[in-house]
Design a protein around this ligand. Sequence first.
Ligand code: PLP
Length: 407
Amino acid sequence: VGSSPMQAVLVAPGVKDKKVLAFRRDALKEKDAVAALMRTIAAGGVRSAFYVFDLARVVDLYRGWRRALPGVRACYAVKCNPEPALLGALAALGAGFDCASRREIEAVLALGVQPGSIVYANPCKPEAHLEYAAEVGVNLTTYDSEEEVIKVKRCHPGCELILRIKGPDGGEARVDLGTKYGAHEDEVLPLLRAAQREGLNVAGVSFHVGSGASNTDVYRGAIEAARGVFDAAAGLGMPPMRVLDIGGGFMAGPAFDEAAAVINAALERYFGELPCVEVIGEPGRYFAETAFTMAARVIGKRTRGEVREYWIDDGLYGTLSCIPMDHYVPQPRPLAVPRAGEKTYTSTVFGPTCDSLDTVVTGYQLPEMSVGDWLVFDDMGAYTTASGSNFNGFSTSDIKTYLAYSS
Ligand code: PLP
């Protein structure tokens, strides 16, 4: 990692030809190095959309997390991007995992991760998935309803609980989770009593401020509210809580440092006198978003006067599902090296399906492109490959990922 050559290997099930492409990262800026790698991959005869996963970026982000939040264990939220190379990298670095389903638990255990490093952070779980968690020893899960307590007691009686409280308002998040999950203030005591009644231990409290929260101040109020729940449980004579789960919501960049400062101050203020409490987080976007870059191929073109219309082979039903689902703002650029003074045209870019909703950008300036050219989309790691579909037979899982690493 660092100044040694950057290489790319195709990571896809069943691929035998593990051709390694090499680039000197030190000679180029990070984004340019990835683009240069993509040009080599495209020139090698690839004819459909592909991803490059920058492993060194994840290593840097993990170091950044450890530096800024030394007292918080990162448990990567697999739902954000279950790419095996990303999971493997994070496992090797020592991260824990937030899993939402049986399949996610299976993927993480397959890497050799201990079940104790997994939090089953889905407040409402199918019975069969809970029974599987019991079988493999994943013994910590979130809840926010009395029915869930009864279900956990029935399907996984050895499981400990984490009470998820509603995230605070005002986080200006890209995706608000509070309308669906989290106990309201007046529900906290009944939910603690329900666990007490069923003989299940409530090990701690969690919240999620919303994904991509731009107002990082909200962590303060959420941590204060969590402390209130610790005290309420003690007031009911329950065993002392020992886990505080501060959820996700983090974005890489300056916003992360701001969030870390708020969190560290709030932890000191509200949990300073409880040094035995283990603090964990469930970051998804922070690790995944900026580590993946996507190239889509131009597969069609129409010229209408001065306007250009293009079709590409990924769209809103594929990995660009992040546009409607995650409020991703696409700013594609041609993979080809720009030429000085090149004329641009007002352009529309469509996805490949027959639905007119499948439109990636309109009124967007691009140079003249041809069928077979490529468009690059940056920061495509969060809620992209994870939430695409097979609509019209364009299968998201056919899109291959190249792993870029320095050795
Ligand atoms: N934890 C839970 C329970 C979630 O639902 C999510 C996202 O939906 C995450 C963690 C990850 O959030 P983020 O990607 O904002 O870090």
